[in-house]
Ligand binder design. Structure first.
Ligand SMILES: Cc1ncc(COP(=O)(O)O)c(C=O)c1O
Length: 447
C-alpha cells in the first residue's frame, strides 16, 4: 500500500455516511455564520489531507480528484512544500515587496520567465489571485498598446472581480445583477469542436472576422483566452485555432494573452498548455497550481510590454507574499524533479482509456476530452448533443457517497471534470475511476 510521507494511508475508507455527523454539525454552524452567496460542492469538512486523500472531520478518507480546482497539483501536504512554508514563516511572513523586497519574489519571477513559453526576454509581476493577475494583464496590455478593446471568447472564465466578471461569459452565478460591468470588452465565438464541428482554421477565421467587423483590429489591445477553457467546460480548441489567433494578434499589434491559470504548471502534460502547439503568447497569467495552495498569481510578458508601465503602476500589499513565494519555489522544484508533466500525460492516458470505453457503453456521455490530467466528460441527453446537467449532478452525488470528490464545469453545468493531483498513486486513480464508472452505469436506473 502506498503511504504518503506523514502517514495517511493512500486509500479510500468510509466510516460514516457522507456527509458524516460532525460534518453536518459544522455545516449547520456554517449556515449561521457564512454568507449564503458561497455555495459548497460537497458539505464534507476536511480535517487534514495528504497526497490525494482528504480526511474529513468524521474520519472518512476521500479520494480527491479535484485538487481544490487544479491547485494542489503536487499533492496535499507535500513535505518539500510544507517545510518551505514553515521555514519561511519562521523567518518572516511579510514586508510588502514594494516597501522592502526579498529574494523569493525575484526567484519566482525568474522561474516564470524561464518556464513560460518562448525564449524571448521577459519580466513578471506577482499578485494574490487569478482574477487579480488577469486584471493586471489587461491594465498592462492597454497601457503598452495605447488601445482599449479586450477580446474574449464564449464560455470564458477569468474571475469574479468587476473587470473579470465582464471578461467571464456565464451570467449565473458569476455575474447576475452584479453589474454594471467594465466597458470595452468584446466577446467572439470560440472553437468548440464537439458542438461547432469546425476545424481550428475555420473557427479562427470566424472569430477574426467578428473582431474585425465589430471591434476593428486597430482598437484591440489584447485577445485574452484560456488555451483549454476551464470553468466553461474543459473545451479543447481544434488544432490551429490558437496559433491563428496568436498570429493575428502579432500582425495587428495586439497582445495575445494566454490565461494559463487552470492549465498551467504541468497540468496538461507540459509546463503550459500553449506549449502543445508551440504557441508563444505575448503575456501569460498564472495562479492555482503555481504554489500548491498558497495564494499566488503572476503575469509574465515581453520585457518591453511589462516595463512600459510607469513606476508604481503595479503592486498591492500582499502580492508575491514571501510564504507563498517559498511554497511556489518548492512546488516548482517538485514538478521539475518528479517530471510531473510526464505524469500528467500518463494520468491522461490511463483515464482516457477507461472513460473512452465507458463512453461507448453509456448513451449519457457525449464526449470525453481534455489533455493530460485535465479531463472532461460531457453529458448529454441520450442520442443528442443536448446538455444533461441532471446526469452530472447524479454522477457527482454518487461519487461523493462512495468517497470520491469530483467537480463539475461547463456553461450549462453538463461536464464532469477530473483534475487529480499529478503525483496521485495509481491505485487511487484506478479506484476513483472505478467509482465514476459505476456512477455512470447507474444513470440508467436513476434518470
Ligand atoms: C482560467 C482562469 N482564469 C482566472 C481564474 C480566477 O482565478 P481566482 O479564482 O484565483 O481569482 C480562474 C479560476 O478558476 C481560472 O480557471
Amino acid at each position: 500500500m502506498t503511504m504518503a510521507p506523514a502517514g495517511i494511508e493512500q486509500r479510500r475508507k468510509l466510516t460514516t455516511e457522507i456527509p458524516g455527523p460532525r460534518s453536518k454539525e459544522l455545516h449547520d454552524r456554517r449556515i449561521h455564520a457564512v454568507s449564503a452567496g458561497l455555495t459548497v460542492g460537497l458539505p464534507v469538512y476536511i480535517d487534514r489531507a495528504e497526497g490525494a486523500i482528504l480526511v474529513d472531520v468524521d474520519g472518512n478518507q476521500l479520494i480527491d480528484l479535484g485538487a481544490g480546482i487544479a491547485v494542489t497539483s503536487v499533492g496535499h501536504a507535500v513535505p518539500e512544500v510544507t517545510d518551505a512554508i514553515a521555514r519561511q514563516a519562521a523567518r518572516f511572513t511579510h514586508t510588502c515587496f514594494m516597501v522592502t523586497p526579498y529574494e523569493g519574489y525575484v526567484e519566482v519571477c525568474e522561474a516564470l520567465n524561464r518556464l513560460t513559453p518562448g525564449d524571448h526576454d521577459k519580466r513578471s509581476a506577482l499578485f494574490n489571485s487569478g482574477a487579480e493577475a488577469v486584471e493586471n494583464a489587461v491594465k498592462i496590455a492597454r497601457l503598452a498598446t495605447g488601445r482599449q478593446a479586450i477580446v474574449v471568447v464564449d464560455h470564458a472564465y477569468h474571475g469574479r472581480t468587476n473587470l473579470t466578471m465582464a471578461l467571464t461569459a456565464k451570467n449565473m452565478p458569476y455575474k447576475d445583477r452584479f453589474g454594471p460591468f467594465a466597458p470595452e470588452v468584446y466577446r467572439v465565438a470560440t472553437s468548440y469542436p464537439f458542438h461547432d464541428e469546425l476545424s481550428g482554421a475555420e473557427a479562427a477565421r470566424r472569430a477574426i472576422a467578428e473582431i474585425e467587423t465589430s471591434v476593428g483590429a486597430h482598437n484591440v489591445a489584447a485577445v485574452l483566452i484560456e488555451p483549454i477553457q476551464g470553468e466553461g467546460g474543459f473545451i479543447v480548441p481544434a488544432k490551429g485555432f490558437l496559433p491563428a489567433l496568436s498570429a493575428w494578434c502579432t500582425a495587428s499589434g495586439a497582445q495575445f494573452i494566454a490565461d494559463e491559470i487552470q492549465t498551467g504548471f504541468c497540468r496538461t502534460g507540459a509546463w503550459f498548455a500553449c506549449d502543445d502547439e508551440g504557441v508563444v503568447p505575448d503575456m501569460v497569467t498564472t495562479a492555482k497550481g503555481i504554489a500548491a495552495g498558497m495564494p499566488l498569481a503572476g503575469v509574465t510578458g515581453r520585457t518591453e510590454v511589462m516595463n512600459a508601465v510607469h513606476e508604481g503602476g503595479l503592486g498591492g500589499t500582499y502580492g508575491g507574499n514571501p510564504v507563498a513565494a517559498a511554497a511556489a519555489l518548492a512546488a516548482i522544484e517538485v514538478m521539475r524533479r518528479d517530471d510531473l508533466a510526464a505524469r500528467a500525460s500518463w494520468i491522461g492516458t490511463v483515464a482516457r482509456r477507461r472513460l473512452d470505453a465507458l463512453a461507448v457503453e453509456s448513451p449519457f456521455i457525449g464526449e470525453v476530452r481534455g489533455r493530460g490530467a485535465m479531463i472532461a466528460v460531457e453529458f448529454v441527453e441520450p442520442g443528442t448533443k443536448a446538455p444533461n446537467a441532471a446526469a452530472v449532478k447524479a454522477v457527482i452525488a454518487a461519487c461523493a457517497a462512495e468517497g470520491v470528490v469530483v467537480i463539475s464545469c461547463g456553461t450549462l453545468g453538463n461536464v464532469v471534470r477530473l483534475l487529480p493531483n499529478l503525483a496521485i498513486a495509481e491505485t487511487l486513480l484506478d479506484d476513483g475511476l472505478a467509482v465514476i464508472e459505476s456512477a455512470v452505469r447507474a444513470l440508467d436506473q436513476t434518470l
